[in-house]
Design a protein around this ligand. Structure first.
Ligand SMILES: NC(=O)c1ccc[n+]([C@@H]2O[C@H](COP(=O)([O-])OP(=O)(O)OC[C@H]3O[C@@H](n4cnc5c(N)ncnc54)[C@H](O)[C@@H]3O)[C@@H](O)[C@H]2O)c1
Length: 302
């Protein structure tokens, strides 16, 4: 397959590009390097440095991809609060430009959306039909992106797929971006520095290992339409994640506690059963085994 990965110089996109190369695909990456970096781009992938907002049409014309994995985004909640116009520009306008280019060239699109930022507070594992109540500009812009996909599928008969990721963790995640609590904990522990938990640490999230996410993305590349949660269905509190990080790293320090962050939801967990039934996908890593893989790659590249 000739594949285009937008955001392929970023955390998840670079793992997707790795997996596509491993199965023998021709891999092109469109990335502005806004948060991504050259070091993450795998050998063998063709990097086209550019912006989805202005370069998507030209690149689709040049590459003519059969499938496009759209992972480029403004993916930081804090940035979306500070600069909602920039967030919407990339995540809505940029998304529409990619969608239009895909329509023009008959490419299949897989769109990376978010469960946590769209469902808001959850009583238990949220299915895809859970009320959508984003509580950040980021959640709103991702939801808008989804609606464009669904609308284009209705209007133009395309079969693009939306994947709603839970909290993804793994190698190459930037500790400087606020979403990756695992990356932050492991980075501090590796540096021998103290760690801080905001609030009482009993807030829960659904942590999914990046290798599992990549398998879901690849499965969606050959699937016709639909919206699927990509998570474990298992809630872990931040205190539990901290303990698990200490187990894996051998760090013996207790965390410090800071004030709760405004707008932090208490429970966020998504139900992956539909992806199990229709994509034949389920997570293979639990938190501990995913952390071991992540830590092994951090320490082997240190
Ligand atoms: N990491 C998570 O836990 C998580 C959870 C849910 C959804 N997602 C989604 O997964 C996707 C990948 O996220 P990530 O965690 O790898 O983030 P990331 O920031 O590492 O990757 C995003 C990539 O997009 C690129 N980019 C940003 N703006 C661009 C633009 N205008 N044109 C071209 N490239 C641009 C960045 O340089 C970066 O390489 C995003 O769509 C994000 O919304 C991530």
């Amino acid at each position: 397959m000739r594949a285009l990965v937008t955001g392929g110089a970023g955390f998840i996109g670079s793992h997707v590009a790795d997996a596509l190369l491993a199965r023998g695909d021709e891999v092109h990456i469109l990335d502005s390097l806004a948060t991504g970096s050259l070091e993450k781009v795998p050998d063998g992938a063709d990097l086209h440095e550019g912006d989805i907002r202005k370069d998507a049409a030209r690149l689709f014309e040049e590459v003519r991809p059969e499938v496009c994995f759209h992972l480029a985004a403004q993916a930081d909640v804090g940035t979306s609060v500070e600069r909602p116009d920039y967030d919407a520009d990339v995540n809505v306008l940029g998304m529409v430009r990619v969608l239009e280019a895909a329509r023009e060239h008959g490419a299949h699109l897989v769109f990376s959306s978010t469960g946590g930022a769209i469902y808001g507070e959850c009583d238990g594992p949220a299915p895809e039909t859970h009320p959508r109540q984003p509580i950040s500009p980021y959640g709103i812009s991702k939801l808008a992106g989804e609606e464009y996909i669904f609308g284009w599928n209705r209007l133009f008969g395309s079969h693009h797929v939306v994947l709603r990721f839970a909290n993804v963790f793994g190698a190459r995640q930037e500790p400087s971006l606020e979403g990756g609590v695992v990356a932050i904990f492991l980075d501090r522990m590796q540096a021998g520095e103290s760690t801080t938990i905001f609030g009482d640490g009993e807030q829960t999230r659904d942590f999914i290992y990046v290798g599992d996410v990549v398998r879901a993305v690849l499965a969606a590349g050959g699937h016709e339409g639909g919206v699927y949660n990509v998570g474990t269905g298992v809630e872990k509190s931040i205190n539990e994640v901290h303990e698990a990080c200490r187990r894996v790293t051998g760090d013996d320090r207790e965390p410090e506690y800071g004030p709760a962050r405004a707008g932090d939801v208490l429970r966020s967990v998504i139900d992956p059963s539909l992806a199990g039934r229709e994509l034949g996908w389920r997570a293979e890593h639990d938190l501990d085994s995913g952390l071991r893989e992540t830590w092994a790659s951090m320490t082997s590249s240190a």
